[in-house]
Design a protein around this ligand. Structure first.
Ligand code: PHE
Length: 326
């Protein structure tokens, strides 16, 4: 084996290698463990005479070192060239950033506005006791108004006797009264459930905003101011008008339906009224000393009006194209 020839051949091959793959081929051809030509030569050493070993040993070693070094240098060069061919001005893949769900935004906005008017934000359980969802709100078992709110009953066992998926957020009124001394004002945003077929304007679960303000002489006039102020801020429209229509809910007296004139049209938003003395009593509050208003609005309804959503089912569709629009 002529080592000088081997060196020349290897260097020529190296010069021609113009990609990392080709360079690797050259490396295998000469230095590869199994088929490398130089490796084979070094392996044949053990059959050589002492003289041969002394003559070829250092040359072969140097060739190996040189080749290794040369390959490393060549590799560096190729890497630089490859980077040089990347066009850094090409725009990269656009990574979509996440965004808050439109209903969450409405939820947060509602809380912010009421917070600015000194309302606390309260919570209550979605799996509610029958007595808070109905009885304490002046809706006894045989009351026809129960029908309006018939819901998902949870099978009775020892722990869940008489529990329902709450049909409205009103039970939180009584829960809150039992834990706080008046005067106070709070809102309770949260989910409610109703046993009904879903369509463009109805869902089996949806969100409400309950409101409650109790004081010495709180009246519907105070409610009118608070709610007009809320709508003005929420819809960002100073010309908003509010009107009450007489209505009936067992837990208020008198009861009203709240309509809002927005962009020239009257729209129904929810129910309200003066808290019924029976309900105050259930909450441990003396109706001879305290009075106040309560209201319940649909959160989706607010979002639908503000953002022009055509179908309530879109909120839960999970379709990113829906949420992207806002
Ligand atoms: N809870 C009623 C409903 O779900 C709304 C309401 C709340 C009405 C408070 C009056 C007072 O329809």
């Amino acid at each position: 084996m002529n080592l000088e020839n081997l060196r020349q051949k290897a260097y020529e091959d190296l010069k021609k290698a113009s990609s990392m793959e080709e360079l690797e081929e050259v490396r295998l051809k000469y230095l590869g463990r199994k088929q490398g030509e130089l490796t084979a030569f070094l392996r044949s050493f053990k059959d050589m005479s002492e003289d041969e070993k002394r003559e070829y040993g250092p040359i072969a070693q140097r060739l190996r070192n040189d080749l290794e070094q040369e390959i490393d240098e060549r590799e560096e060069l190729l890497k630089k060239q490859e980077i040089g061919t990347i066009d850094l001005s090409i725009p990269g893949v656009k990574i979509e950033s996440g965004r808050i769900h439109i209903l969450s935004k409405v939820y947060n906005d509602v809380c912010d506005i009421f917070h600015s008017m000194n309302f606390s934000v309260a919570e209550g359980p979605e799996l509610e006791e029958e007595k808070y969802n109905f009885d304490a709100l002046n809706i006894p078992a045989n009351h026809p108004a129960r029908e309006m709110w018939d819901t998902f009953w949870v099978k009775n066992d020892k722990n869940t006797e008489g529990r329902v998926m709450r049909t409205h957020t009103s039970p939180v009124q009584v829960r809150y009264m039992l834990e706080h001394k008046p005067p106070f004002q709070m809102i309770c945003p949260g989910r409610a459930y109703r046993y009904e077929a879903s369509d463009a304007t109805h869902e089996t679960d949806f969100n409400q905003i309950e409101g409650l303000m109790i004081g010495k002489d709180i009246s519907l006039a105070n409610f009118k101011f608070v709610i007009e102020e809320f709508f003005r801020q929420f819809f960002k429209d100073d010309k908003i008008e509010v009107k009450f229509r007489a209505s009936y809910f067992p837990f208020v007296e008198p009861g009203v339906e709240v309509d809002v004139k927005i962009w020239g049209k009257w729209l129904e938003i929810g129910g309200a009224g003066m808290v019924h003395p029976y309900v105050l009593k259930q909450g441990g509050i003396d109706p001879a000393k305290w009075q106040g208003f309560a209201f319940g609005f649909g959160m989706e309804r607010l979002a639908i009006i503000k953002y022009g959503v055509p179908d309530i089912r879109l909120f839960k569709s999970g379709d990113e194209r829906f949420n992207k629009q806002f």
